[in-house]
Design a protein. Structure first.
Ligand code: PMP
Length: 380
């Protein structure tokens, strides 16, 4: 199987599996003061430093969660706790969009959803207008889009938001571990990540909370006060240890992986566009994650394409919403028709993708699209 669905989840890195298994093979609650407890706490400490190193922040700024969904919920609920305006974009992951809608349900005028252009880039003019209107509590814009890979230039967003007294949250789930991010330079207040996107286990993530950020204290989970009160509950030591080891491996591998994955993605994309024709690559091509290619194959529904190539794991829309009959809100926001959205396949590559995977994916996709187009043409 050519696994090209890293934006849904990445294979667990050997380092992460080993760290998680080692943690699971010992007993101890990270909150206990005896030796077993300290061993668990040491594993969590190490992982906290490893994740912080990947982001270039301090380990005291990391709150471990069950994933990016929880991190996004925690960030937005806390930042919006005192009211004001919440500004986000039309192409965010549902973990941000649905949270934003839920917490402003009683005050719909408190939510501003910025539009994007045909390339998927957020309308900065509209951001400035929303900030000028006053009283913005938080601006939440994703660092990289899960469907198209389009990157947000966070520096001007942070500057404008901070000038207006607003906090900045970024859902960096798809960026962390794939491209460098330096939180001493990128001055966001809150950042969400999920370990399984960069080779850690599923079900573990983190929220970065900048020290000194004017964030009202509002945990989602109350209880034993773990994670400095931000997230009560016995820590998932094995998952966290795996996340830390994956973060370290991703950090060490990145300088070599970024150009390698970019080359593989470009060769996949170029071959498909050349050999298939009547297709369109979605999103700002030179402002994308290295490993993502979203391609609309006109006159060929994506579900039929994927069903015709069982030896390739790719995605129609995002994994979180596939199976649901709704078209991609990301592509619709970029002005694509419903038909185009339904004819779009997302290939996403990562650290273990090989040239053989790409060769296989090209051959199978070319065959599948021609087959689907042929079947449709003969049916009409
Ligand atoms: N944000 C983005 C951009 C994502 O791609 C995902 C995963 N599809 C999430 C949030 C949610 O992550 P998790 O399912 O690990 O909570």
């Amino acid at each position: 199987l050519a696994y090209l669905d890293y934006n849904a989840t990445a294979p667990v890195r050997p380092e992460a599996r080993q760290a998680a298994l080692a943690a699971m093979s010992t007993v101890g609650n990270a909150s206990s003061t005896h030796r077993s407890g300290r061993d668990a706490a040491d594993r969590v400490d190490l992982a906290r430093r490893q994740v912080a190193d990947l982001l270039n922040c301090s380990h005291g700024e990391i709150v471990f969660t069950s994933g990016a969904t929880e991190a996004n919920n925690l960030a937005l609920r806390a930042a919006f706790a005192a009211g004001g305006q919440l500004v986000t974009s039309a192409v965010e992951h549902p973990a941000v969009l649905e949270t934003a809608k839920a917490i402003t349900a009683e005050l719909p005028q408190a939510l501003t959803v910025l539009s994007v252009d045909v390339d998927g880039l957020v309308d900065l003019e509209a951001l400035h207008e929303a900030l000028a209107a006053g009283n913005v509590a938080v601006v939440s814009l994703m660092a990289a889009n899960n469907e198209t890979g389009v990157l947000t230039d966070l520096a001007p967003v942070v500057k404008a938001a901070h000038d207006a007294g607003a906090l900045v949250h970024t859902d960096a789930t798809q960026l962390v571990g794939r491209l460098p991010i330096n939180l001493t330079e990128t001055d966001v207040d809150l950042l969400s990540l999920s370990a399984h996107k960069f080779g850690g286990p599923q079900g573990v993530g983190a929220l970065f909370v900048r020290r000194g950020a004017a964030l009202p204290y509002r945990p989602l989970l109350f209880g034993g006060g773990q994670e400095r009160g931000w997230r009560a509950g016995t820590l998932n030591v094995a998952g966290i240890a795996g996340a830390g080891a994956a973060a370290e491996a991703a950090r060490h591998g990145m300088a070599a992986e970024v150009p390698r994955i970019t080359r593989l993605r470009d060769s996949l994309e170029n071959a498909l566009v050349e050999q298939i024709g009547d297709c369109r690559v979605n999103g700002a091509v030179d402002r994308r994650l290295p490993g993502v290619s979203s391609i609309t194959f006109h006159r060929a529904p994506a579900d039929a394409i994927l069903a015709s190539m069982p030896d390739v794991a790719a995605s129609d829309g995002s994994a979180c919403s596939s199976g649901a009959p709704t078209p991609s809100h990301v592509l619709l926001a970029m002005g694509r028709s419903r038909e185009d959205a339904d004819s779009t396949v997302r290939f996403s590559l990562g650290y273990a993708t090989t040239a053989e995977d790409i060769d296989r994916a090209v051959a199978s996709t070319v065959r599948a699209v021609h087959h689907v187009r042929g079947t449709l043409a003969s049916a009409t």
